[in-house]
Write a protein that binds this ligand. Structure first.
Ligand code: GDP
Ligand code: GDP
Length: 435
């Protein structure tokens, strides 16, 4: 699993600046997707071949006992509990403050692994600026400048030093690994029960924290599957998941660890920002996806129309590849198509696309519609090959490709999707000029 780095510190020390820098590597991938809602508090990054998750806790007001700030503090506490590494940020220009000391005291009590990060140290001698922070008793401070990027890679390297690389699941897993995700109460555990039927007897009293998903292996129609069940802690067979205990980190890690995600939505409620954030994450992670619109039972036609148009409006960026199923997990209706869609999405995500076939499809598409002229010349698309899978990555070689407009890139994406039956998976098309 990808380690979760959690940023903690009082307001204005530079947490969101650092967050943006740590997650920038992924931005390029999704920057141009219309309608995608991103959650500013959760992001993904990569240092070399080491991927990680980043959580920005916003603020930390340990003294407040009620109201919205108290709620935030609760969320911060949960994020800290679930952190693989806490990055405690202080401000090297302001120096050590009483507020920092209070936070440090609370952090020490949690027993989590902590790195003390002194920010805003550009142009300063790091030993001089970090000296006073030793008093916090959190070990050697690491001096960085989030705004300028100084030392940020070293910080990440330090933070990730003790985590082994998650293996690339496409090489090792050769069966669908399905994460069932969605916000609280949409019906995830009901769906898991319905999917598994009798097999659900498997060990339920697994110990764990809020953040552990449950992995369940099962066989169906001669195929092997692993279900990643994110639906909360179970005690004595009872599912405990309240809105407060919903773990975003767990959801993100399950998405990353899966090769197919089932996003469960609740047709009896509105499509919320939280739904859209989770959806954005699935897309960002490049995971194959099946949408399950649950609680389809007992709705009037107009209600069904309302929810369909809300999905079209808010989750449009999923609909060009994900199959949608309208189900009732509780009554078991609409379920027949789910596993076949999962199989198809898995096959698409893992598809092997031979260079000659890709190139033939590319050239046929160019013949049908040329890319627009850019300046004096027209971009020249020569051949295509597959650069990766899960999600499939198609690399197009040629000349002047940096001038191919996004609309044309979409045209090619859609063409590849159709030609190679890549339904259910995101698809990435990259251009490489020269070779
Ligand atoms: P947050 O409240 O902890 O999320 O802090 P922000 O990231 O919003 O940053 C607070 C202020 O500090 C902003 O004006 C940033 O531009 C500034 N800032 C952040 N990082 C640095 C840095 O490395 N050097 C300097 N000089 N300013 C920084
Ligand atoms: P989770 O928090 O996402 O795991 O959601 P649960 O599976 O615990 O379901 C939350 C509530 O929704 C429970 O009361 C379920 O009985 C109910 N529920 C789940 N699926 C359906 C469904 O298809 N139709 C209806 N009407 N209720 C459902």
């Amino acid at each position: 699993m990808k380690p979760a780095l959690v940023l903690v510190g009082r307001p204005n020390v530079g947490k969101s600046t650092l967050f943006n820098r740590l997650t920038r590597s992924r931005d390029a991938i999704v920057a141009d997707i219309p309608g995608l809602t991103r959650d500013r508090h959760y992001g993904q990054g990569r240092l070399g071949d080491k991927p990680y998750l980043v959580v920005d806790t916003g603020g930390f007001e340990p003294m407040v006992t009620e109201g919205i700030l108290h709620k935030m503090a609760e969320q911060t506490r949960q994020a800290i509990d679930e952190a693989d590494m806490v990055l405690f940020i202080v401000d090297g220009r302001t120096g050590l403050t009483p507020h920092d000391k209070i936070i440090a005291g609370q952090l020490r009590k949690t027993g989590r692994k902590i790195i003390l990060v002194v920010n805003k140290t550009e142009g300063m001698t790091s030993s001089a600026v970090t000296a006073e922070f030793h008093e916090l008793g959190l070990g050697d401070p690491c001096a960085i400048s989030a705004a300028h990027g100084d030392n940020v890679n070293d910080l990440v390297e330090l933070a990730l030093a003790n985590f082994t690389l998650p293996h690339e699941n496409e090489e090792i897993e050769n069966h669908p690994k399905i994460a069932i995700v969605g916000r609280p109460n949409v019906g995830k555990s009901t769906l898991v029960n319905t999917l598994l039927g009798e097999e659900r007897v498997i060990a339920f009293d697994q110990p764990g924290t809020t953040r552990d998903s449950i992995y369940i292996d099962f066989d169906r129609n001669g195929r092997h599957y692993t279900l990643i069940d994110t639906a909360g802690l179970r005690r004595q067979g009872k599912v405990i998941e309240t809105a407060e205990k919903f773990s975003v980190i767990k959801t993100l890690q399950a998405i990353e660890d899966a090769n197919v995600v089932v996003l469960v939505l609740d047709a009896k409620n509105e499509i919320s920002d939280q739904d859209a954030h989770i959806a954005g994450f699935i897309l960002e992670a490049g995971r194959a996806l099946v949408l399950a619109v649950n609680k389809w039972d007992g709705l009037e036609d107009y209600q069904r129309d309302t929810i369909k148009s809300a999905i079209a409006r808010k989750l449009s960026f999923l609909l060009n590849f994900a199959k949608v199923h309208y189900i009732s997990a509780l009554y078991g209706t609409g379920m027949k198509g789910i596993l076949p869609s999962i199989n198809a999405a898995y096959a698409a995500a893992m598809a092997r696309l031979p260079t000659p076939k890709l190139t033939r499809a590319l050239l046929a598409a160019v013949e049908k519609q040329q890319p627009p002229r850019a300046g004096v010349s027209r971009p020249k698309l020569r051949y295509a090959h597959q650069g990766g899978s899960n999600p499939p990555l198609i690399i197009i070689h040629g000349n002047g490709l940096d001038r191919v407009p996004q609309t044309y890139q979409r045209y090619l994406e859609n063409m590849f999707r159709e030609s190679f039956q890549l339904e259910g998976t995101p698809l990435r098309v990259e251009f490489r000029t020269g070779s």
